[in-house]
Design a protein around this ligand. Sequence first.
Ligand code: 4AD
Ligand code: MG
Length: 430
Amino acid sequence: MKTTIAEVKNYVGQEVTIGAWLSNKRSSGKIAFLQLRDGTGFIQGVVVKNEVTEDVFQLAKSLTQESSLYVKGIIQEDTRSPFGYELLVHHVELIHQSTDYPITPKEHGTEFLMDHRHLWLRSKRQHAVMKVRNEIIRATYEFFNNNGFVKVDPPILTGSAPEGTTELFHTKYFEEDAYLSQSGQLYMEAAAMALGKVFSFGPTFRAEKSKTRRHLIEFWMIEPEMAFYQFEDNLKVQEEYVSYIVQSVVKNCQLELNTLGRDLSKLEKVTAPFPRMHYDDAIKFLHEQGFDDIEWGDDFGAPHETAIANSFDKPVFITHYPKAIKPFYMQPDPTRDDVVLCADLIAPEGYGEIIGGSERIHDFELLKKNIEAHDLPLDSYAWYLDLRKYGSVPHSGFGLGLERTVAWISGTEHVRETIPFPRLLNRLYP
Ligand code: 4AD
Ligand code: MG
């Protein structure tokens, strides 16, 4: 029976054949232990000299790292293995002999590993991070489908800039200028007016000259947008959504979180509702903590966010930021003119901002005034203004950065390990 490592639990005591790669090996005169992986999982194959032909035993002993094989044997339960099963090998067939695999079990530097990202992805840790990423994506679709949202795909090539014009990737679009999307938000607002509650999931691009553990040039964003939702309604969706993906990972990625050494008790606490802190209070709090490098009106840096996050064991919303440091489309606070109805969600443990969101301006004149005040070309935004001309309604939405969320949930220090092929300031290879 041909099967995969993920399926072996259904074949205890039976003979199976698995297509696999050899990730590591130990052998002595009488026995060889093959560490096998097939993408679906990891299992140890045990080759006992007296139970296979001499040829097979010699082959098993000579196998090199990352050679590909068909391995035939009996599945046994094994309580010592974290996976719970092992394979008592009867036969090994070599598919392809790998020579001088560059990533050996010893330590390698980050740049070396990044240069070999196409191979590094095969390692147990990277495999676990990709599985966590996949679970977050799966749970995202499940959450929004269960809650009546429609998936809508905004364009990647755009003619307008939602998040400011300094970080745009420019390209020619025949005779016109185009930009790679920084955010699908403006299009999602149009979609919300057509479909009510919508969400997108796609790549976004920021030509940011930032070299931090939280910044990618190309990253994936989940952007929900809801008609008739105001500030409070928006926060409620966010805390329920984030709790849902965290608890889905806790439930469905136990093996991976163990591999990553993630502290599950920290994740289990992440349930709605989440604490909130007004921007004014955040500034006061930081001053009390001894930060004298920040004053009212400034944006937070990573150390500020971390200091705030550290006083909670759940993600925390920082709300009502100054108008001057936020984009043109945010709805002003009705009680005062200097702050907007927005919130950033800051992850615990120093992982930083994972969500930016707000209520959107729905008044035509105010939006037009803001577009002009930000020196944005009115004609590129004519369609966006139209949404305020034909049955404008209050609406809200947010964007969750997938890679920062994967980094937090998987406990991965740097976002470069949370996307298969990271695009960084100095990296377009591989
Ligand atoms: O806060 P941002 O810039 O918000 C927007 O783009 C809104 N238009 C979203 C919306 O309301 N629909 O980005 C949203 C999130 C951030 O909180 C962060 O998680 C992530 O996107 N993000 C990045 N992730 C990795 N690398 C970067 N350079 C990122 N920039 C933003
Ligand atoms: Mg932001």
